[in-house]
Design a protein around this ligand. Sequence first.
Ligand SMILES: [Zn+2]
Length: 214
Amino acid sequence: MMESCAGEYAVAEYALVACHDCDLLFRKPRLRPGQKARCPRCGAVLFQRKRSGMDQSLALACTSLVLFILANAYPLLRMNIAGRVQEGSLLTGIEELYSQGYWEISVLVFVVTFLAPLAKMLCLFYVLLPLWLFGRRAPKAERVFRWMEQLSPWAMTEVFMLGILVAVVKLADLAALTPGIALYSFAGLMVTMAAGDAMLDDHEVWERLEAADG
Ligand SMILES: [Zn+2]
């Protein structure tokens, strides 16, 4: 573990980078968690190490995965319309959209609420777990990490949550609604995924990927 840290600094020390504001060249600095590096000429913030490390990112990813499983395994809402009870989950909702002929919308909902968040979590585990456990880089980890960064805008749990809330408000007069476990799990998932994005220090991950053995 110590060796990989030493390697990380050796790589970082020889890397020359340019200030994105004034193009001044300088050696990449070593930063401790919570520290910032500013350009000596124009004062722009060049690098920033977040206080959180990979432990927090992985803990949040594990929590997100559990909430994601709960959000898809249990019903979102139970509706009671004049004695007729109906339950719906995320996946049955997508199936329903498809069977009513809205296949484009069903594919979009499937991608942004199911496929993209799941793929993002799996990519994060694939890149971070070997680094965290053994200080090693998984095969093609750089490419997977780049995919993960490109996938981020497509994981829209918060937009889906907003859609559910609008539907709940509109249906409240027509039917007796009982929120299911999945609704609470989705709300939690929205928070843990946003916190995970905020805590993930991608500079740290790239530095560790560069320094780790494949
Ligand atoms: Zn500058």
